[in-house]
Design a protein around this ligand. Sequence first.
Ligand code: A3P
Length: 315
Amino acid sequence: MGDGNGVSLLSQAPAYASECSHEYDGVLMPKIMPARCIESVRNFKVRDDDLFLTTYPKSGTTWVQQIVLLIHHDGDKSKLEGKHIFKMVPFIEAVEGMNKDNADTARMQSEIADEMPSPRILKTQLPPRWLPPSVYDGSKGKVIYIARNPKDMMVSYFHFCKMTVNLPTYESWDVFFEEFMADRVPRGSWFDSVLYWWKRKDDPLVLFIKFEDMKKDLKVAVKQISEFMGKSFSNETIEGIVESSTFDAMKKNKNSNPDSLPQLQANESQKKTFLRKGVVGDWMNFFSDEQNARFDAVYKEKMAGSGLDFVFLQE
Ligand code: A3P
């Protein structure tokens, strides 16, 4: 029950949220991530050489997915041709095909992952406490966590919700903002996610990177990720990976741009693009002064003493 007082989150959320969401253990979740899939992740057989890409939604998951796949293939772009990057990395809490209308019966992506040869690259955006115990306690599996300043993440999430039939189409930014502040948007609390992984930032199995740092210097980020994956490349290879991972390059490449995927075909009047702006500071165009002050007060309280800070405007 959502608020701990016996009131469900779904009954408080806008009515249309129930068309595509369900409630699991106090968190609103998309129907394409049904209880059986979430539970399969808890029982997932983690291998020593697994690499998990972990984020709160809209924080740069796809960006890092592209980079990690290129690194995995030693910078050879041709290995990423002919197949979409979403199909190369199982999203372990989701059903195959990401279609909410057959989510009760579709194959689980965790099962697809079970059959993959090692080393595996896997994606998850689950609240940390629902992860496989060995990932949560740090005994097995490497994790790259990508964090993004929460204001830009929220704006990105608001737009993404309009794009996909798998998330509620909030009628306005103001409605989305209130739902977010009440911890009622799908996937739970951003603070819980980011603060848990920040605490583990010095764990040798964890690489904690920020979207804004990648924007500032993508080459440094690519080197850092390569090193974490145990690879050492020539300058030329690193530069090739950077070139194929810029916003423009990914947008132009049909195998890294998710727009063509069926789960992202919203009704035409809502048509948006996944690689929307890819910038730091777009929140300024959406947050009112009052919303900004309210968000800042919560942010200050929840982040106090963590030592984690974010860049909110392009430097
Ligand atoms: P915007 O909506 O602000 O443009 P995720 O993959 O976690 O869903 O995150 C999506 C966000 O990352 C979108 O943000 C998208 O544009 C941005 N993004 C994806 N690839 C990027 C890239 N190569 N450079 C900058 N931003 C990128």
